[in-house]
Write a protein that binds this ligand. Structure first.
Ligand SMILES: [Fe+2]
Length: 372
């Protein structure tokens, strides 16, 4: 038995603030899918670690991210409430692909360069190239885009693949980049993001919490899941091969999977905020948006191959409905953990041996929150 993080890590606003600064502002933070902004001029306003970030698709069709802050007086450029269209009457991302500040009408390209400032002429104190929007680092992997607010070492920029480490190799045969969203569900969960990640990391709870899932994966009921090796994939019951109620589907498996992957299920927790569940025919991707010490929004995206989605009988709901059932069971139990953890009597919890992977979370968080 190993001690969990102290309860304050799950409940105290100060700890949450520290995580925002030390983890979510410094690490690559998964913020969406590349397909969310398909066309030049598309934009999204996203809040990462308390900062408003403007993500745009440029005229060169690249994704770029900027702090949502005018270089003139600091005005917020775009409203989150207009994120779908990105326009306000006098400011925001305007048709034609310029970003305009609603205050003094300074304009920027989608790339972030200052294009014009009304009635101002360039001179030695005002050179346009010195007034570009502050960039936020953006990198893509597997069709996801990731943002990084703060480059710890400004000189060396490490890509998201470095942060993902062995996940890249373990998922290499899944065509993540080609997949498209077939359905999305957003959940507001009254629990700390780490409780959700820890729950994702262990199957000790599956026998009690997920009776329907255990019908499809009977091994979840055995030995608290301690005999399962996620790297090799989780075996289903005889005749089942995917996460649906029947354990089967009319969708073909992804081309390129090996024989094991065609019949087993894999899962990856990608620190700090992406959880991937990989079936042979679909991927459930969970992006965690920590909102407060006790509140997390979970964007669950169901990804399928476009060839399957193009078929007349494509229907994602066999996977979606099954996942939604299992998800709600998980979120409900996570909320109960949050309720108990905030009790004065609870100083810390324990990880049983079959919950060992959660030690990674404990160590990951402790290391980053330690005094510098
Ligand atoms: Fe669960």
């Amino acid at each position: 038995m190993q001690k969990s993080l102290p309860s304050s890590y799950y409940t105290a606003p100060e700890m949450f603030q520290r995580e925002q600064e030390r983890i979510f502002a410094r690490e690559w933070f998964c913020a969406g899918r590349e397909e969310d902004l398909p066309a030049s001029g598309d934009s999204r306003v996203l809040e990462v670690a308390g900062e408003s970030v403007l993500v745009v698709r440029t005229k060169r069709r690249e994704l770029k991210a900027h702090y949502n802050v005018c270089r003139h007086r600091g005005t917020r450029l775009c409203d989150a409430s207009h994120s779908d269209w990105g326009t306000t009457p006098t400011g925001g991302v305007m048709p034609g692909g310029i970003i305009r500040c609603p205050y003094h009408q300074w304009t920027y390209s989608l790339e972030g360069e200052l294009l014009g400032a009304p009635f101002l002429k360039e001179d030695e104190t005002f050179r346009r190239e010195d007034f570009s929007l502050h960039p936020v680092a953006l990198d893509c992997w597997g069709g996801f885009f990731f943002l990084k607010l703060e480059l710890q070492d400004g000189s060396v920029r490490q890509g998201v693949d470095v942060q993902l480490g062995p996940v890249v190799g373990r998922t290499i045969r899944y065509p993540l980049r080609d997949l498209r969203s077939g359905h999305r569900i957003s959940y507001d969960v009254t629990a700390n993001w780490k409780i959700i990640a820890e729950n994702y990391n262990e199957c000790y709870h599956c026998g009690g919490v997920h009776p329907e899932l255990c019908e499809v994966v009977p091994d979840f009921k055995l030995a608290g899941g301690s005999n399962l090796t996620w790297e090799d994939g989780i075996p289903h019951r005889e005749g089942a091969y995917t996460f649906t109620k029947s354990g089967r589907t009319n969708r073909s498996p992804f081309a390129g999977l090996n024989e094991t992957e065609k019949v087993r299920h894999k899962g990856e927790l990608c620190f700090p905020n992406l959880m991937l569940s990989l079936a042979c025919d679909h991927v459930a991707a969970f992006v965690l948006w920590p909102l407060a010490a006790d509140r997390t929004r979970i964007e669950c995206n169901f990804l399928f191959h476009p060839d399957e989605m193009a078929k007349a009988d494509f229907d994602p709901m066999d996977a979606v409905e099954f996942w939604d059932l299992v998800n709600r069971q998980d979120w409900a139990i996570c909320e109960r953990v949050q309720q108990g953890v905030r009790s004065r009597i609870h100083q810390f919890g324990y990880y049983a041996p079959m919950e060992d992977p959660s030690l990674d979370i404990r160590n990951y968080v402790k290391k980053r929150l330690a005094p510098e």
